[in-house]
Design a protein around this ligand. Sequence first.
Ligand code: SF4
Ligand code: SF4
Length: 378
Amino acid sequence: MHKSVVSILKCESYDPAGLAARLEKLLDQLGGMSAFVKPGERVLIKPNLLKAASPERAVTTHPALVEAVVREVQKAGGVVTIGDSPGIGKIQKIFDETGMTGVAERTGARLIELKESVEAKTADGSTFQTLELSKEVLDADKVINLPKVKTHAQMYVTLGVKNCFGCVVGKRKPQWHFKAGVKREYFAGLILDIYRTINPVLTIADGITAMEGNGPGSGKPRDLGLLFASADALAMDRVIVDVLGLKALEVPLFSVAKARGITGTELSELELRGAELAELKVQGFEPAKTIDMMFGPPFMRRYFKNAVTAKPDVDHDRCTLCNDCVNVCPTDVMSVKDKKIDIYYRDCIHCFCCQEVCPEGAITPKQGWLLKLLEGRS
Ligand code: SF4
Ligand code: SF4
């Protein structure tokens, strides 16, 4: 059986010289960058640039890693463009605060916002027949995917596969959330479709400092000192989930992939290079605050939807009324009333786009009261 190879290496800091050497070794375990990029190829590097945040907050892929990867691609003869399409916020501010402007200046790489959307046909067996994806990404000769290791309220974690959702252009992201609806499995199917359509040749995950807790926008930085790489992002994600001590069964992406007959969701189907899993296990990694978005038998969901479903809860003391959540909400159920954010919960689809974009970390998932009672939590 063909086994996907996942390369892992310890890397304690973002110090440029040390990081460059560790990255080279990480890639050597996969045959080196020249195994993925040929001279003259146009390479699109896709970091996670969720929003304007300094690298220390661990919301975005660290610029030192992006820079090291750019230099590796250039050494292999590739012509680099760095691009992403944040759901909200001014792009220049995002590039400046995340350190991408500096990376582009120092390396000569082009820095772009993914703006143009084109229809793309998906592979057989996908959840969606066609998708709307970034033209700039689809036109590139090769795509290299650079996720940040983070928790995610709806998807449990956001790693390599989920990072490709950023190739849905800007404001269309919430619309696709809306299309996928409330079922986590349906949304997982969507991001799997996107990943397989984009088909990045290489994924390198920034786990030097990860995010735990209230991810993906407002969690706590957590030093892990790890880098991961693979040509198979799904396999790499599976390894990371194990290293973090999280339950793979709770990650909807893996169950959806398995149901479609895609390999890479079982550790026995993978080959690790660089380290043994047992020596890397992270202790006490705090998962996303709430992942039970929908729970219970169908009759219960129907009649007690708001009582059993986690819903976005606004901390009005932290809220600065910036309106970012109101603008991103795909169902227009958020508004400002009496100088406070108000949510019309009946039509909320629990996509948690609002939580992702909130710059103040003022939105957290709050478990429904009935579910809390059933679980014995108060
Ligand atoms: S209120 Fe938040 S979770 Fe609900 S639909 Fe709007 S963005 Fe999604
Ligand atoms: S909850 Fe967050 S995103 Fe929404 S208005 Fe307040 S600060 Fe802005």
